[in-house]
Design a protein around this ligand. Structure first.
Ligand SMILES: Cc1ncc(COP(=O)(O)OP(=O)(O)O)c(N)n1
Ligand code: 3NM
Ligand code: MG
Length: 707
């Protein structure tokens, strides 16, 4: 079973707006959409065929593509070289048997089903006629005005349980429904407006996939060679995946007889056997990420490319192993060209300097050359490129994440002096695939993976393996912390802690106060009353952050918390200047308000954390105010609660703009980093106290909005 149905985008030209369907789909697929359905009730077959040809090019094998209703358009687009996997049909559209006869056994054919009778009809068909059903609506939606009665989660669960084929949930599905629908038995979630109308379809798609994955460790498949000495290849990949919180699997492309002093012999099984390994895994296990390493020849490379077009996991990292440490080219010209073609299936490429030169087709002699080459490759393949400067003769060992528009993030750190660097590239690329599959975006994944790799390099010499270039110490961090942690703490905070607030955030989104604030119907006095409480809160919040500054272990953290304290006071003064004045009609009672029971409880929690004198626990307690506010403010301002929040005449526009301010998001990122760093060096007991302080503060955030 593969993830092909997990994130299903159904297009809607109106919802895509000025961005258009093609660019919306391109962005959403880059964020992890696994299947796209072209749905345009007004287009002719010829117009649909034109759109399918464009969409096939934009998707470029990274997701499946089907069309709604238009059977003939599939044929027309396929005849023009487009890759169209199938069709979705309604109860009143062409018969599914005809579609199967016309499109063949490998086509993907879906059917709308809203009642048990519809499912009985599917059961009565010859096996394999219908591949999945679209079951909805989950809740009322304006996107399909003539929709059937809303099923709700439970109604969907009952139909999914009764369905003879996988059931995709559709109709009014939003980000906060994903976990419940997955747990209700959905094979995937199909969305129109939540993705097509999103301000950033790539980020929204990534959030949907993060929700779909939930808490389970990502399943990460390494497609690479075997290094008998355990330092590189699939052996290194399995260790890296496990050390970074994933479940590792392997499809072996070559067997090497090697040790820390070199390669003695290589045996390459047939491409058919590799395909059999890949299918055996995909037919049984949902694959979240793939890391591709050594591919010995053009046949093997093409086999991987064909398999990827059918089993599109959410994350694909390609480590283009083309040049040996000695500088010898490992692949013949045919294989190098095949690898260039394969690169367009990847989300991230991790070439070293020599491989950058081969992929770019020109010499790379400096870090500047490397950045230029990386951008050229990113523009040509559509993948991001992590340029690795480790081979440069610098005191620093730079890395840079580069996209088609240039450098996205650059990372420098002092070089770690060790000869135990065997398998560094393999290990980094599989760590990146795992971190991204855990839900980090690429800059976060690179930051987290580099931290882990540097810790593994620093401890590598202690392994004393072999007389040549030894391996890195993949589990050094776990051994150092007494084996208590089960993955890099960065994943704990940025993913698990954040996911643990999902129900609180869902509740806040649904609160009448938030809804009324968003659509501007909130009574002014209620809003002013909230602001009066917020002002009282900010004054005390500033004191708590001043205490964090006093306890901070580094000057940078001391400065950050002091600035944040100052910002809170400035915020309070701003509230008084802009809102809490007689000119805004605030009543004397409201203005002179004492802290409410809710505000008092929240502040008592923060003061108790400050009283512990434990810096790590204190900053964990103050983090939800940054993080939940930024998340809510950005989504309010982005119109997630209705486009009217963007209306400049919105009665609370200036307040909404405050919390969508990029400067606040940057401060939030920094606060997350400091909490992550503190958690990374905390023992299990302290990390538990940190997470508890964080979680309780998140609950208080919800209460604060529940007016
Ligand atoms: C996955 C999925 N499920 C249901 C639909 C509904 O299709 P639509 O054509 O809008 O309505 P019917 O003709 O099927 O009733 C879909 N497009 N995709
Ligand atoms: C295309 C479609 N089919 C439905 C069904 O129930 O069959 S509901 C629907 C529209 C779903 O749009 P949104 O994600 O914006 O709610
Ligand atoms: Mg239809």
């Amino acid at each position: 079973m593969n993830a092909a149905l997990s994130l299903y985008l159904v297009t809607d030209a109106a919802a895509c707006g000025d961005r258009g369907v093609i660019d919306t789909v391109r962005e959403a697929v880059a964020g992890g959409v696994t299947i796209v359905q072209l749905r345009d009730k007004h287009a002719t077959d010829a117009e649909s065929a034109d759109l399918l040809v464009e969409l096939s090019a934009a998707i470029d094998g990274r997701a499946m593509l089907v069309v709604n209703d238009r059977l003939d358009a599939v044929q027309q687009a396929r005849a023009r070289g487009a890759r169209v996997d199938g069709v979705h049909l309604g109860q009143s559209d062409a018969a599914v048997q005809r579609a199967r006869e016309l499109l063949g056994p490998d086509a993907l054919i879906g059917l709308t089903a809203n009642t048990p009778a519809h499912l009985d009809a599917v059961r009565a068909l010859p096996a394999g006629t219908v591949d999945y059903v679209g079951v909805g609506v989950i809740r009322p939606t304006s996107t399909k005005p003539d929709h059937p009665p809303a099923l709700g989660i439970d109604g969907f669960a009952a139909l999914a349980a009764a369905s003879p084929v996988p059931a995709v949930a559709i109709g009014g599905v939003g980000i906060t429904d994903v976990a419940e629908l997955r747990d209700a038995g959905a094979a995937g979630v199909a969305v129109v407006s939540a993705l097509c109308a999103a301000e950033d379809p790539r980020a929204t798609a990534r959030d949907f996939r993060r929700q779909w994955r939930g808490q389970r460790p990502p399943r990460v498949l390494s497609i690479a060679g075997s290094d008998a000495s355990g330092g590189a290849g699939i052996q290194a990949d399995l260790k890296s995946i496990a050390a970074n919180g994933g479940y590792g699997m392997t499809a072996i492309t070559a067997l090497t007889a090697q040790n820390t002093q070199g390669v003695r012999d290589v045996h390459v099984p047939s491409a058919e056997f590799l395909r059999a390994q890949l299918d055996a895994i995909a037919d049984d296990i949902e694959i979240d990420a793939v890391k591709i390493g050594m591919l010995a020849n053009a046949d093997i490379i093409r086999t991987v490319g064909e398999w990827l077009t059918q089993h599109r996991p959410g994350t694909v990292v390609l480590d283009p192993v083309m040049v040996a440490t000695s500088g010898d080219r490992l692949l013949d010209a045919d294989a190098e060209q095949a690898l260039l073609d394969l690169a367009s299936h990847a989300d991230l490429l991790t070439p070293n300097l020599s491989e950058l030169a081969v992929l770019a087709g020109h010499p790379v002699q400096s870090w500047g050359d490397a950045l230029t080459a990386a951008q050229e490759i990113a523009a040509r393949t559509g993948a991001l490129v992590l340029a690795k400067g480790g081979h440069l003769a610098f005191a620093e060992a730079p890395d840079a994440l580069v996209g088609r528009d240039g450098v996205i993030a650059e990372y420098t750190a002092e070089r770690i002096e060790t000869t135990s660097t065997h398998g560094t590239g393999c290990s980094l690329s599989s760590a990146l695939a795992t971190a991204h599959a855990r839900g980090m975006d690429w800059p976060q994944a690179v930051h987290s993976s580099r931290q882990w790799l540097r810790e593994s390099l620093r401890a590598a010499g202690a392994l004393e393996v072999g007389r040549g270039s030894g391996p890195i110490s993949h589990f050094a961090g776990l051994w150092k912390r007494g084996g208590l942690a089960t993955r890099p703490i960065a994943a704990d905070v940025r993913v698990d802690w954040w996911n643990s607030t999902a129900s609180v955030r869902r509740d806040i989104d649904a609160l009448p106060f938030i809804r009324a604030l968003a659509d501007g119907t909130l009574e002014r006095e209620r809003f002013l009353s909230y602001l009066a409480q917020d002002a009282l809160y900010l004054r005390e919040y500033a004191r708590v952050m001043a205490e964090a500054a006093r306890l901070a272990p580094t000057a940078a953290e001391q400065a950050f918390w002091a600035q944040s304290a100052q910002g809170a006071i400035a915020g309070e003064l701003e509230l008084h200047a802009s809102w809490l004045t007689p000119s805004t009609g605030i009543s004397a009672d409201t203005f002179a308000a004492e802290p409410s029971a809710v505000a008092t409880a929240y502040l008592d929690h923060l003061r108790a954390a400050a009283f512990t004198g434990d810096y790590a626990v204190l900053i964990a307690a103050v983090l939800p105010c940054f993080w939940l506010y930024t998340d809510l403010g950005v989504r309010l301002h982005a119109g997630e609660f209705g486009a009217h929040a963007l209306d400049p005449d919105h009665p609370f526009a200036s307040w909404l703009a405050t919390y969508a301010d990029p400067a606040f998001a940057i401060a939030t990122e920094q606060a997350i980093e400091y909490v992550t760093a503190a958690a990374a060096v905390a023992d299990e007991a302290r990390r538990e106290r940190m997470h508890r302080a964080f979680a309780v503060a998140a609950e208080h955030e919800r209460a604060f909005f529940d007016l």
